[in-house]
Structure formats: C-alpha cells, structure tokens
Design a protein around this ligand. Structure first.
Ligand code: ZN
Length: 202
C-alpha cells in the first residue's frame, strides 16, 4: 500500500495528492541526475513533476472511442473527404519518456454520417496522452475511427519530432518523423489515397 500525502499549504485547493513513494522516486531521479533534491528550488519539484505526468498521461483514464459515439446523419448529401489538418499534439515516447511534439492530419470518407470535427482531435489526444511510439499512435487513431465511425476510408498522417532524438543521443534537431496509416478506400484505391494526401499537403 502506498501512503498518501495530503495537500499542504502551498498546494492550491483541488489538486490531487501525490503519494509519498511517487515523490521519493522523483527525488531519486534528481539525485541520480546529479543534483540535490533538498535544495530550495527543487523542494516542490517532485509534486509538480508527478502532477505533470498525470496530465501528460491523461489518456489512460479515457476511452477515446466515446468521442465518436455522437454522430450526425444529416449531411446534406455530402459524400466527399472530411479532413482535419495540422492538429498540434504532444505525446511521450515509451522508450525514454521524452516529448514527442508534432501535428496530425486526420481524414475520413463518410458513409452516411459524420462526427463533430473537433472529435477527431479528441481521439488523437486520447491516444497521444499516454506513453507511445509514433507508429502505434498513428495506427490506434486510424483503427478507432475505422471501428467506430465505419467510414469508407480513413487516413491518418502524423509528423513529429522526438526529443529523445533531438535533445540527446544522436542530437539531430529539426528531424521529423512521418508515419501514415490508411484503411478502406485510402488503402485500396490509389486515386483516393493520392487525393487525400494532396489535401493534407503531402
Ligand atoms: Zn524515445
């Protein structure tokens, strides 16, 4: 069992308590990195880091598919591609827990219903706010839309930089990784795929 440290004076009300063992783990990491976790500037850092990680990983507490449960069937005969472009997102790589920062383009070809456009971004964030690899993030977003919206096609393209590559290791700032996942007509019909990629600006 983990002991819970209650909110103290300098914690604004409503902030969740951070278990002592979590704070200890972050202190250990600070020490390991070469600093003194008891010095003034670092005293409250473990709590801040812990709460920040809860936020980075909010996706574990939701099922992104719920965002696709409310559909609109009156689309006025619209039967072309719906595209949400340049959606900024942040995730963390599961290998280094380092930031992945990028943008996504999400498109689908509706059958006879659509969703509110912001829902596509919510699906993305639901999967991005977890420990991820970019390939899986791309596939999970595409699969979720494919399974729940049952469109004729779905296309997801993600461009992102990985801090584990730009800020450490080979240190190659500016390098972008691009992944894509296609389902339905965007996978099977090359003209549809070319059309959606052109709309995405690729
Ligand atoms: Zn990494």
């Amino acid at each position: 069992m983990s002991s819970i440290v209650g909110p103290d004076e300098d914690d604004p009300r409503g902030k969740p308590p951070v278990p002592a063992e979590v704070q200890d783990a972050i202190r250990t990491l600070i020490r390991w990195a070469g600093d003194d976790p008891s010095r003034e500037g670092l005293v409250d850092t473990p709590k801040r880091v812990a709460r920040a990680w809860k936020e980075y990983c909010q996706g574990y507490e939701e099922n992104p598919a719920v965002h696709l449960s409310r559909i609109f069937e009156e689309v006025g005969g619209y039967d072309e591609i719906v595209l949400l472009k340049d959606i900024p997102f942040q995730s963390h790589c599961e290998h280094h827990m380092a930031p992945i920062i990028g943008k996504a383009h999400i498109a689908y070809l509706p059958t006879d219903h659509v969703v509110g456009i912001s829902k596509l971004a919510r699906v993305l964030h639901g999967f991005a706010r977890r420990l991820q690899v970019q390939e899986r993030l791309t596939a999970e977003v595409a699969q979720c839309i494919w399974d729940n919206l049952k469109p004729q096609g779905v296309a997801v393209v993600i461009e992102a930089t990985h801090a584990c590559m730009t800020a450490r290791g080979v240190r190659t700032p500016g390098v972008t990784m691009v992944t894509s996942e296609m389902r339905g007509v965007f996978r099977d019909d090359h003209r549809s795929r070319e059309e959606v990629l052109k709309l995405m600006g690729n």
